[in-house]
Ligand binder design. Sequence first.
Ligand code: HEM
Length: 197
Amino acid sequence: MAGWLDRRSTPLLLGLAAGLFAVAAGLLAGADAAGRAGLAARWTARAGLPLFLVAFLASTLVRRWPGPATRALLRRRRQWGLGFALAHTIHLVALGINVTVFAPGRSWQSLLGGGLAYVLIYLMALTSTDRWQRRLGRWWGRLHRFGIHYIWFIFTASYAGRALGADPGKRATGLILGSIMIAALALRLWPRRRMVQ
Ligand code: HEM
């Protein structure tokens, strides 16, 4: 298991497979063209979430549960981030079709908030090499720390909106996945506080 997790290609293949599977499931499940595009957009966002959580929690998992599998996740954290960027690129294509063809008129706040997340996702992906880490110095850590927390915020805000929104069909998803996001942040912050004491 740890050997498979330690392969550089594993996160990228999982990101690609999850994104494509989500598109295929959306196309099969939707009742009409608009429904298919909506489901593809929704499910491609969901497909990227586990990969994001691995990158977000890799160092926390090693601190709390050190072992071969968690160390392999940490060693490949950059690849998990790239796998997430790949899955979310598929979300970008699906939502592009959704927003321009079937459901135009999204608020400028959501376009700005989601758009900035994409800028950060691609900046982080482009600078995810040792060379860029050396070139950017302290700014590398600042960019990646801010970026990962901002992406966390967009996921959490999207699910909180669904949990509290008017559509009862989306409430359970919002509640479950929103709670998972909040638990992930708590897990990430908690050991650090304990280590400071
Ligand atoms: C300008 C950029 C973006 C636009 C226009 C956009 C648009 C969309 C659309 C049309 C849906 C489907 C809505 C539905 O049927 O309920 C969706 C779902 C979603 N998007 Fe995006 N999105 C953007 C960026 C992002 C980013 C960067 C993230 C995460 C970091 C994200 C997270 C989500 C989540 C969590 C869902 C709900 C998935 C679920 O139901 O499980 N989106 N988005």
